[in-house]
Design a protein around this ligand. Sequence first.
Ligand code: FES
Ligand code: FES
Length: 210
Amino acid sequence: MSQTELAGAQPKEFTRRTFIKGVIATGATVSSAGYLFRGTSLLGAATYQTATERLITLSINGQDRRVDVLPHETLAMTLRYKLGLTGTKLGCDRAECGACTVLVDGVNQYACSMLTHQVRGRAVTTIEGLENPDTGELSVVQKAVMDEGGFQCAFCAPGFIMSMTSMLDTNPNPTREEAAVALSGNLCRCADYEKILNCAMRAAELHRSV
Ligand code: FES
Ligand code: FES
């Protein structure tokens, strides 16, 4: 797993995904039109009118972001499809796998199961916000994953990394068993749990030495 992937960034080759991300990034205020148009036949013009009245400010990775949010929109949808923060993954979309885990006021939460309007006035941190914004230095958890070579396909990695970050905040000196409990809300479809726990223990070691 590369440092770029750990930071939640995508490879720099020009793909359909990078094109779409580029389009998203061009607006300081992001419209929900693209999201709505996917279901235009079901939602209709009246719903779009309602959505355009939902311009709110969110605190994401230490920055204020203006975004147009539907009343029923989940945080995961806003992060990925309105703000281009695709490091937050969507697996089950029903609070089972933890792939979408982000921090809300420092606590790990499933972004697929929170409405975006619920996080108004709260600090949201995604995998893209873990590195030092001035130096680009990775967080201790990200460094630990690099050290241990944790994860196979790494689809679950951002979620686990966010949960490890939250765990170290409340328990900087976990036993392996305590780490397993703290990370039990995250699933790995490659079943790479031993290596993931190695990462958690290495992260705790690095955290204590900071
Ligand atoms: S995508 Fe949110 S818990 Fe699975
Ligand atoms: S490493 Fe593949 S899902 Fe966890």
